[in-house]
Each structure stands twice: as structure tokens, then as C-alpha cells.
Write a protein that binds this ligand. Structure first.
Ligand code: ZN
Length: 130
């Protein structure tokens, strides 16, 4: 399994983290995953989070960066973050692919459905895709 570039202490992710009021943020910027409030090591210990962000990387590749951004924005405006079809797909990918990423990363599968910390409508734990 090939991981994308992972940027720790990303100023972009930091701005997003502060704006969203989240303790930690992972955001996909094109082909890279930018982190703030979480180390690369801690991120890679959460295979369902990795699976979620890897799905966004695939979405960017499939649609092309600009068309993807446009579609993601339209979805966000239309239905919000949680019901955004790209987020729905990423949550489904997290549930589906967690075991595979756990095996590839050599870490334990987290307890609970999905990643254990899977976002809910009440606690969406938003991430960003740009
Ligand atoms: Zn997401």
C-alpha cells in the first residue's frame, strides 16, 4: 500500500482546525494529507481515519481536482457536510476498508462500528477536502 504525502503541522490544516474548533484535523489538499493537532504517527495508528482520507484522495483522482472541488462545494451547499455524498462515500469506505488499512499499517482495528470515532450527525468531526 502506497501512502500519499503526509504533511504534519500544516498551516492550512491549522487554519481549518482553528476555524472549525476541532482538536485535530486531517485535510486532503490535492494528492497530500495535511494534519494539524495530530502527528503522522497518531494518524497512521487510526486505520479508519486513514481509510476515510484515502477515499478523498481517490475522489480527487477520479474526478480531477477542479471538477471535484466544484462538485464537493455544490454538495456542501445543497445538503451540508454530513449528507455530502463524498463524505457519505468516505465514511462507507472507512467502514469497508479499515481492516485492510489496519493490516497494511500493522495496527489494531479500533473497537466499535467503523473507526470507533466515526463522525455522527451530532458530532460530525468535520474534515476538509480541497
Ligand atoms: Zn471526509
Amino acid at each position: 500500500m502506497e501512502l500519499p504525502r503526509i504533511v504534519e503541522n500544516s498551516p492550512f490544516a491549522r487554519i481549518a482546525r482553528l476555524k472549525l474548533g476541532q482538536p485535530n484535523v486531517a485535510m486532503v489538499l490535492g494528492k497530500a494529507i495535511h494534519l494539524s493537532g495530530v502527528t503522522r504517527e497518531a494518524f497512521l495508528r487510526d486505520p479508519s481515519w486513514v481509510a476515510h482520507e484515502m477515499c478523498h484522495i481517490r475522489q480527487v483522482q477520479e474526478h480531477g481536482l477542479v471538477p471535484f472541488l466544484w462538485k464537493y462545494l455544490i454538495e456542501s451547499v445543497r445538503v451540508g457536510y454530513y449528507a455530502n455524498r463524498f463524505e457519505v462515500e468516505a465514511r462507507e469506505a472507512a467502514v469497508r476498508d479499515t481492516s485492510r488499512y489496519a493490516a497494511a499499517l500493522g495496527v489494531a482495528v479500533p473497537p466499535g462500528p467503523g473507526r470507533g470515532t466515526e463522525p455522527t450527525p451530532q458530532d460530525p468531526r468535520p474534515d476538509l477536502v480541497l
